[in-house]
Structure formats: structure tokens, C-alpha cells
Design a protein around this ligand. Structure first.
Ligand code: ZN
Length: 82
């Protein structure tokens, strides 16, 4: 799995240390966000999908991983990356 843009990026950034970002979707208020792997790994994967349930930052509801969205590799929040 190679990405020419990413490969070029690596040449100029020898230690990019990208994170994996998982798409999360609130079951109560439809809030969505990307959750970094360091956060996901900090919680026990109690959901059937194998991901932890996180409290929605908007409404306190059930914030669940949307497994239909592919995981993103990025150094910063995908919504803020160019
Ligand atoms: Zn919510």
C-alpha cells in the first residue's frame, strides 16, 4: 500500500509519526468526528465492532466507531489536514 504523495512527504519529514484516525458517529445527535488511535487504544474495545464506546462530546450519547469509513493515516486531525 503505497501513496506517492505520502512517500514524497516522508522524504522531507523523516519522522512523521502519523496516527490512525477512526471515524466516530454519535447514535443520539448525529455528531461525527475523527478519533485518534491514541484515544481509541486508551479504552477497552467493548463494542461488537472491536472499538471502544466513547461519550459524545456534543450530547453525552453513545459515540460509536463507524466501521464503514476507512481508517485514515494522518499527522493531524483529518478534517484539518489539507
Ligand atoms: Zn451526540
Amino acid at each position: 500500500m503505497t501513496d506517492p504523495i505520502w512517500d514524497e512527504f516522508l522524504q522531507f519529514n523523516p519522522n512523521p509519526n502519523p496516527s490512525s484516525w477512526y471515524k466516530y458517529h454519535c447514535r443520539s445527535c448525529d455528531h461525527t468526528d475523527w478519533i485518534e488511535d491514541i484515544v481509541v487504544d486508551a479504552f477497552p474495545p467493548v463494542e461488537p465492532e472491536g472499538f471502544p464506546a466513547i461519550v459524545c462530546p456534543e450530547c453525552g450519547g453513545s459515540f460509536r466507531c463507524d466501521t464503514s469509513e476507512p481508517v485514515k493515516r494522518s499527522r493531524q486531525h483529518p478534517d484539518h489536514a489539507r
